[in-house]
Design a protein around this ligand. Structure first.
Ligand code: FAD
Length: 331
């Protein structure tokens, strides 16, 4: 009998990634509906001290798999570790972050245990009648939302992009059990040797971490206008500049800063959309923002359907005035 909701708690350099806490938060909600428990699966080396943070984030327990072979991520060794946990524990649901590591790991694991995998889910819920997991994700180029059910195989597996789910506030009074599961690794489990890890230097700020995003679209007209109007506004607001795919394709901003289905999912306190029409693929990446302000000259732009505050007007005249007004207000 499959039981309980499991989350792969991704860590890099010994630091548990934010997406793990977000997934534990969602898993808590799913498990409460099923009246089951949440377990985080922490794979690595020397991770004992970190396990408690997953319990504070909502897990009932942590399954630790540690070995020197797991110090750095490799597909084979991590797949073996996770597959062993699934075979030993028999989860009902298994969630993985759709990060570079998660996108590599999840399909391997699902193939090895012969179950399905729904990638890049934007919504997860329990169908109370069947107790199946309803996994919702954009389909057909983002034009429809498809809800997928894995009826016949267990666990029901899904990946979810960082920023889509909301982590619960950490509660250090929560208690839970940390269990170490021994997995026997041999040289045959390591067909790849990690010779050196070279980290990519990040030049731009991570837009998923920003509290305020000033986002520009094709309505900003050209690269010069994009920078001249958005940079000072982001600065006075203590925010970061991001963009729609329209702006990225035009070469006005780096793809790293693209918001949306093929960009990043963001959840800032304030999202200011400037000259962005609000295509479904864009909205999929920012609708979780706390407060959305949209500036667009077309009063029929779909961005106004989801904006908390909509301003119909020309960005060329409005944005400099807004920047000045905020500057004056702050002085
Ligand atoms: P437009 O749709 O051209 O909108 C420009 C807006 O600016 C208009 O509303 C216009 O009225 C307004 N405007 C023009 N001039 C001014 C002015 N002077 N002052 C004020 N307003 C003005 N898009 C994304 O953003 N992110 C994604 O991740 C993404 N992924 C996609 C994945 C797939 C598979 C597909 C098919 C599409 C994807 N898209 C994505 C593209 C998406 O469908 C839209 O084409 C794109 O979001 C449009 O960008 P935009 O809003 O900047 O441009």
């Amino acid at each position: 009998m499959s039981k309980n909701v499991y989350v792969f708690a991704e860590q890099r350099d010994g630091n548990i990634q934010k997406v793990a806490y977000e997934l534990v938060g969602k898993a808590r909600e799913l498990a409460d509906t099923l009246d089951e428990k949440v377990y985080a699966v922490l794979v690595g080396q020397g991770m004992d001290a970190q396990a408690g943070s997953l319990i504070a984030a909502g897990a009932d327990g942590v399954v630790l798999v540690q070995d020197e072979m797991l110090a750095e991520y490799t597909t084979e060794a991590y797949t073996k570790a996770v597959v062993e946990v699934i075979r030993e524990k028999g989860p009902e649901i298994f969630l993985i972050g759709a990060t570079a590591i998660g996108r590599d790991l999840a399909p391997r694991v699902s193939a090895r245990i012969h179950t399905g995998l729904t990638a890049d889910c934007t919504g997860l819920a329990i169908d109370e009648a069947s107790r199946n997991l309803l996994m919702t994700r954009p389909a057909f180029g983002g034009n429809i939302m498809a809800t997928i059910v894995c009826e016949d195989h267990r666990p029901q597996m899904a990946t979810v992009r960082p920023g889509v789910m909301k982590a619960l506030a950490a509660d250090s009074t929560r208690t839970g059990e940390v269990e170490e599961l021994k997995v026997a690794f041999s040289a045959a489990d390591m067909p790849v040797e990690v010779v050196e890890v070279i980290r990519e230097e990040r030049t731009s700020v991570d837009i998923t971490e920003a509290k305020v995003l000033v986002s520009g679209g094709r309505g900003m007209s050209d690269a010069e206008n994009f920078n001249a109007l958005l940079d000072p506004l982001a600065e006075v607001l203590g925010g970061v500049v991001s963009g729609s795919r329209g702006a990225v394709d035009a070469g006005w901003i780096d793809h790293e800063c693209q918001v949306g289905q093929t960009g990043k999912t963001v959840r800032p306190d304030l999202y200011l959309a400037c000259g962005i029409s609000g295509a479904i693929q864009h909205v999929a990446g920012m609708e979780g923002a706390e407060y959305i302000v949209a500036v667009d000259k077309n009063d029929g732009a779909p961005i106004f359907d989801i904006a908390d505050l909509g301003v119909v007007g020309n960005v060329d005249t409005l944005l400099p005035k807004l920047t000045e007004a905020i500057k004056e207000y702050k002085e």
